[in-house]
Each structure stands twice: as structure tokens, then as C-alpha cells.
Ligand binder design. Structure first.
Ligand SMILES: CCCCCCCCCCCC(=O)SCCNC(=O)CCNC(=O)[C@H](O)C(C)(C)COP(=O)(O)OP(=O)(O)OC[C@H]1O[C@@H](n2cnc3c(N)ncnc32)[C@H](O)[C@@H]1OP(=O)(O)O
Length: 131
């Protein structure tokens, strides 16, 4: 882990075009909030699917980083359940579902203020050694 991690697109405080996510943990669930703007949309008013995937990827892989593990996403699956609107406060949550050696399986979701789930993710995240 080094200072260049400060440039992480999703959470790096130094990245001028990054999302600058900040995180918290509650009852073994890792959480962040994000409100997308027009610069994050694909179709008018709808968040770009690639960035939705980024939010889900980040909440899962970074949960392990927060546990002082160097972790990289080995597989990411996204289910876009319904359009994710811009200008609404999103809650992104992630949690561990199983561990198999150095591979950790996690799940995640994006929720609107009214509780609607717009997207779900599953990931296999690999714990890297000190090599
Ligand atoms: C403020 C600062 C913040 C700092 C920022 C912190 C947050 C960052 C969050 C961003 C997260 C990302 O996007 S990370 C960036 C995107 N991801 C990457 O770049 C990862 C690229 N891929 C890799 O490096 C590699 O493929 C690995 C490490 C994932 C796996 O390679 P490896 O270690 O050589 O392992 P390998 O021999 O291939 O496989 C070992 C065993 O794992 C299994 N295995 C391997 N891959 C998979 C897979 N996808 N799904 C299932 N199983 C798999 C194999 O079957 C094998 O089992 P067996 O047959 O032996 O039983």
C-alpha cells in the first residue's frame, strides 16, 4: 500500500476526476453513499452502467482493503435490475458471503432512498501476498 493509492478512481482523495467515496462499516456490512450527476450518466438521467459496476466493485474489493489486505477483483458479476437515477442519494453496500483459500466471495447492492434496489453485484476477490 502506498500513497499512489490516493489516486484510486473510486476512493482516492487526490484524484481530481475521481468519485471520492468514503466508507463506513455497520454490522459486517461495508457502506458508502454516492449521488451521481449528469457527468456520470449514459442515457439522459440514468447512471452509466460502467460506473454502477465501479461502485459495486469498489464496495466489495475495498472491504478487504479496509481489513489491511491487498485484494484484487478476479471476477465481477452485475445485475442491473432497473435504471439507477442521477441526482438521488445512492447507498452502496457490500458484504462477505464466503471464503475459499485466498479467494473471497462477496455480494453488493445499490439502494435508492425509498429502499428500491437498482443493481446487485457478486464478486470473487483474490487476496494477494506480499510478493
Ligand atoms: C485510499 C486508497 C485505496 C486503495 C484502493 C483499494 C480498493 C481497490 C478496489 C479495486 C478493485 C479492482 O478493480 S482490482 C483491478 C481489477 N482486477 C485485476 O486487475 C486482477 C487481475 N488478475 C490477477 O491479478 C490474477 O488473475 C489473480 C490474482 C486474480 C489470480 O491469479 P493467481 O494468483 O495467479 O491465481 P491463479 O493461479 O490464476 O488461480 C489460483 C486459484 O484461484 C482460482 N481462480 C483464479 N481466478 C478465479 C476466478 N476469477 N474465479 C474463480 N476462481 C479463480 C483458480 O482456479 C485457482 O484455483 P486452483 O485451481 O488452484 O484450485
Amino acid at each position: 500500500m502506498n500513497d499512489m493509492n490516493d489516486w484510486c478512481f473510486a476512493c482516492g482523495p487526490r484524484n481530481p476526476i475521481g468519485l471520492k467515496l468514503t466508507f463506513r462499516e455497520e454490522n459486517d456490512v461495508y457502506l458508502t453513499n454516492f449521488t451521481a450527476g449528469p457527468e456520470h450518466q449514459g442515457y439522459d438521467g440514468i447512471m452509466h452502467g460502467g460506473l454502477i459496476s465501479t461502485l459495486l466493485d469498489e464496495i466489495m474489493a475495498r472491504y478487504l482493503y479496509a481489513q489491511c489486505l491487498t485484494a484484487v477483483t478476479a471476477k465481477l458479476e452485475v445485475r442491473f435490475r432497473q435504471p439507477t437515477p442521477i441526482r438521488e442519494k445512492l447507498t452502496i453496500s457490500g458484504w462477505i458471503t464466503s471464503k475459499r483459500g485466498k479467494m473471497v466471495e462477496l455480494a453488493a447492492k445499490i439502494t435508492l432512498p425509498d429502499g428500491t434496489v437498482t443493481a446487485e453485484g457478486k464478486a470473487i476477490v483474490a487476496i494477494k501476498g506480499d510478493e
